[in-house]
Unconditional design. Structure first.
Length: 264
């Protein structure tokens, strides 16, 4: 059911992301942003690992209550975006909030990067209200299964790709069930997303996105000409639109979880 933070039903998440981010990241974030529109995102909301605020700005129609991140530079950018009412510089393993502060925690493609994940999940359980939700996504246990480089170079390439992606955790539903239960949370629902075709687009994007990186380093922007008059951007959109519109696969490179703190 749509909530007060949801975008309109016909909102397109792909183009706004393409106008701002390298295409592989834009595709992934656009697919993920759509999920939150029908999920229980009720205030007060904590955006755990909010980064530069880009995802919250695109995914939600109003600012979230709090964005938390351990890095100062992304938070400065998040402040300019105004996608959060309050920003906190802190580690997720030691959140500066009282017990039961939040009704919802959103953590989008963050948990896989955290070495001390069990401590962070315990903190999530602490700051959630009874009955509150943790909504998260991360690479799944199938993240490297369909990589082009993996088919050619084998396991060494798969390990390297995970390393450059800064992944500490790529787990399936069973592992997430156990990890969340240990923190006092219950996985109520989960699904795979991002098909083999989508994963290969993401993989190729890491290499084809080098010009975006150069633009970011020199001009401070990933995309220099974010306009529909940009023929290259329109070509990329046409190639990615069918992937964006794919139905959920039976098995995917990523997993989305809806976890809940048991009601009192």
């Amino acid at each position: 059911m749509p909530h007060d933070l949801a975008r309109p039903a016909n909102h397109d998440f792909l183009w706004p992301q393409l106008a701002e981010l390298p295409f592989f990241r834009a595709l992934l974030r656009a697919v993920e942003a759509r999920f939150y529109q029908s999920l229980p995102v009720e205030p007060p909301v904590l955006d755990l690992g909010c980064g530069d605020g880009s995802f919250a700005a695109h995914a939600f129609a109003q600012p979230l209550d709090v964005g938390l991140d351990p890095w100062r530079a992304p938070l400065r950018e998040a402040q300019r975006r105004q996608a959060h009412r309050l920003l906190a510089l802190a580690d997720g393993g030691h959140m500066p909030f009282a017990d039961g502060t939040f009704q919802t925690i959103v953590s989008n493609s963050v948990l896989e990067h955290i070495p001390h994940l069990d401590r962070v999940l315990a903190e999530c359980a602490r700051v959630l209200r009874p009955g509150g939700y943790l909504l998260f996504c991360a690479p799944s246990d199938h993240f490297t299964d369909w990589l082009i480089g993996g088919c050619v170079l084998g396991e060494r390439y798969r390990r390297w790709f995970n390393r450059i992606s800064r992944h500490h955790h790529c787990d399936g539903p069973e592992r997430w069930h156990m990890r969340l239960a240990a923190a006092g949370l219950v996985m109520e629902h989960w699904w795979y997303y991002f098909s083999p075709r989508a994963l290969r687009a993401l993989e190729l994007g890491h290499y084809l996105g080098v010009p975006n990186l150069i633009s970011r380093l020199i001009f401070g922007r990933w995309v220099l000409f974010p306009s529909r008059r940009n023929p290259l951007l329109r070509l990329i959109e046409a190639a990615l639109r069918p992937i964006y519109n794919e139905p959920l696969p039976e098995v995917g490179a990523y997993i989305f979880g809806v976890a809940r703190k048991p009601p009192a």
